[in-house]
Design a protein. Sequence first.
Lengths: 416, 410
Amino acid sequence: MGGALSPYRVLDLTTDRGWLTGKLLADLGADVVKVEPPGGDPGRRRGPYAGEVPHPEESLGWWFFNRGKRGITLDLDRADGRAVMRRLAADADVLVESFDPGWLAERGLGYDDLAAANPRLVYTSVSPFGQDGPRAGWAATDLVLSATGGPLWLTGDRDRPPVRISVPQYFLHAGAEAAVATMLALYHTASTGEGQHVDVAAQLATIRTLMNATAFPHLEGVEVQRQGRSVAHGHARFRMLFPCADGHVTVLITGGALGAMIVKGMLGWIAETDGLPGWLTEVDWAGIDFASLAGTDEGRDFFERVSDVIGAFFLTRTKDELYAEALRRRFLLAPVNTVADIRADEQLAAREYFVPVDHGERGAVAYPGPWAKLSATPLVDTPRAPRIGEHNHDVLAGELGLVATELDRLARAGVL
Amino acid sequence: MTTDVFEGLKVWDMSWVGVGPLTARYLADYGATVVRLDTSSRPDVLRLTPPFRDGQPGLNRSHFYGDYNASKLGIGLDLMNPLGRDVALRLVDWCDVLLESFTPKTMAAWGMSYDELRERNPSMVMLSTCMQGQTGPRRDYRGFGNLMAALAGFYEICGHPDRDPVPVYGAYTDFICQRFAATALIAALDHRRRTGEGQHIDLSQFEAAVQLLGPELLEVELTGRAATRDGNRSPWACPHGVYPTRPVRGHEGWVAIAVETDAQWAALRAAMGDPAWAAAPEHQTLLGRKADEEAIDGHLAAWTAGWEQGELVATLQPAVPAGEVHDQTGLHLDPQVAHRGYFVTLDHTEIGEVPYDGLQARLSRTPGRLRKPAPCVGEDTYTVLEDLLGMDAEEIGDLLAAEAVEITGG
């Protein structure tokens, strides 16, 4: 059975700034055709790679984010390439692109150009700052988005500069946001026949990840600061990251009746095994006003002493032991998982999250698979990402109807 | 012709905290009628979490709750009361979309599992989103998005190699999951429109979040190497880091600079006045610069430290990828953010005027908009019961007398 989006054809002109959008639509069953320049998408030249040697067919970012797409090559700097592109767009439901703003319009492939021939087209642009405005033409990378979108300020040690997540994130947020926005537009097209231009700004998608931070200056007159390994709960600060026997765990110590239950679950375990100091057994957790206590020297000292007891206990237990007991006693703890831990996770295994994808001579490779379970239209178990130009013949001859001599001519001219 | 994508769409939002309410806000901002469950006896934890107006807590004073629940109507309904559950079921009959984010056994305990609810409303699309999914040994794990960010690998890869990991700010994975959930939900609505068929979506926040580490999960599978934290460095850029500037609005100032190409390196050299260290032959290739990265970072930091933050960024752009490390006030002052109209000021009954996080995408024909500030507890109960469910005054009075519903305000 096809997925929820099986009626739709998507042209994916993105670079690695926008690969995720088409991947999500392909997972949902859309027919996604990835259009690369001859020689391959520049994003193929970034690691990590499957083997020891960098190779454009071995880029794991390419593999993961372009799985389920078919691949064609087309030189959009050439008139012949642009003509083919226009013919493809005339029949497409969606086009997704992530070039610098204006790049496609300069080539006669902007929204207005393509919508003239296909008014139903949903044309989605993903860019760092949006299609217009004083900084629309500025250059951005993941680090620049983390800076100008606000996460950097909030993250890191007080005695070092702010720090980013080491694996690029924020164009992926933009790509996922573009999937939502594309679906919104597609839903409108299906009821009205109207296509439109969808303009996603990665800087803004980054700001959304700041949760509750952006209004603090307006409401409370303060800037939220980076806080090392503490969490600000209300106006209190608690240690939230602790070393354990084989890595790290995070816990959430919080106030109120719920917080009391959580803390007592954790302290109860320590009491039963290693024992608790007397002063700690006498604390009435439900009666503590966390917010006001944590604002005082006495309160800070108290929470530090509690953290020291918990921290000393954690050092004698493994991540697995702590996680299992947190589940049993229902306190809020999570292991700080490594990528290897996630690959080996038993809950993901029980839900058959990792799925084998056939890679020909290399055999099957286990991929992170369905990210949602839809009861009537399950996500599609799609094939591996395309090799450079793998589907040129299928798409351009088989579906667009280019005759063999024309295909040969374009190939010889370097347009494909 | 309407410019609201979801005009007429009816949404019953029984979810709470982050992912569910954020997903429902997309529907509300694009025109759906969204009814959000909340009571003062069992309030959403976000109502207890800052920022509060003037720092003073109060159920209706949290903008954390306010931001996530803008554009929605609020009904006060006690699900522990059988009459309250009856109203919840009438809203199930009424709705096109139901969202919930309890641990899996909660809805079942109320007789509101998907299998039971579909008997009443087979064309409904129901989204269930909990930490680790509706099935499997850890389905009842409860927590928040900050714990999930650790579980899903993001803490381990944040920070410096010589120190313990640093937590990412806030419930980081919520902002991955809201997008995956909304994409799946609208796709299911599209399928429903074509076929009349409803369905149940089980979105495990763990499974959606780790999609953002897909290549790294393939890497560990194929090579055994596990990605880890590396400060602000990048394997394909140098210099690549965060450097000091003169103070900004009285506190520390930083800029991010990321040099990925030879052309960008040349532009940075020129901006610096081509100092001797930068002109050295061994610094003209990425590999050469990576070999001397610490020294380069030191030279660059010494140069940036004398600059005003905004002037430095404007000097480097667009030839060199660079940006201010914005604090929250910096975000509000950013000319591009302002040009896009991202922050939208609404006037909330108790919070007053405050900027809300707005829309990240601009749709040329059907621009969404924030419809109203979030409801106070029980603010729209009467409206929902009377106008949406068609109850008369006597029926509503009985519910009130039984304390099954909560009505506040007007």
